[in-house]
Design a protein around this ligand. Structure first.
Ligand code: IDP
Ligand code: MG
Length: 149
């Protein structure tokens, strides 16, 4: 089983999409093992998006992601990283495949509603940035035998 870091961005929270977005992942079969609402401190935002430090959109991106509360979560499941990326769709909601979360809920690359780690390595880094080990909950889910063969 793989873990990934997912976040409903400030636009998703303001637009009352938290429940809808979490429901997509829950209904798919991904297991929530960490979940919290938080306001991202500027330093954390800059670190989280460190790979984009030299891009022209870096400043606006940090302003956007710190502009209001987010809902951060850790999801676990088979190929969780790739599965969440597929479910989110392309970075630009207007280019995202129909039915994906970004295509369904977004109009602008700078307001694309949701974040998901792009690789297992990024996932580990991002989970450690946002969650302390004791915030991740270890539990059995009885329905798993109906989700996985
Ligand atoms: P990703 O979120 O699909 O992994 P990245 O290229 O890693 O996409 O970019 C991180 C975030 O930065 C995007 O989700 C989006 O919020 C923002 N972003 C990326 N490219 C642009 C852009 O060209 N203009 C404005 N914001 C952008
Ligand atoms: Mg990315």
């Amino acid at each position: 089983m793989e873990r990934t870091f997912v976040m409903v961005k400030p636009d998703g929270v303001q637009r009352n999409l938290v429940g809808n977005i979490i429901a997509c992942f829950e209904k798919k079969g991904l297991k929530i093992i960490g979940l919290k609402m938080m306001r991202i401190p500027r330093e954390l935002a800059e670190s989280h998006y460190g790979e984009h430090r030299d891009k022209p959109f870096f400043g606006p991106l940090v302003n956007y992601i710190t502009s209001g509360p987010v809902v951060a979560m850790v999801l676990e499941g088979k190929d969780a990283v790739g599965t969440v990326r597929e479910m989110m769709g392309a970075t630009n909601p207007l280019k995202a495949a129909p039915g994906t979360i970004r295509a369904t809920y977004g109009m602008d690359i700078g307001r694309n509603v949701v974040h998901g780690s792009d690789s297992p390595t990024s996932a580990e880094r991002e989970i450690n940035l946002f969650f302390r080990p004791e915030e991740l909950v270890n539990y059995q889910r009885d329905v798993d035998r109906w989700i996985y063969e």
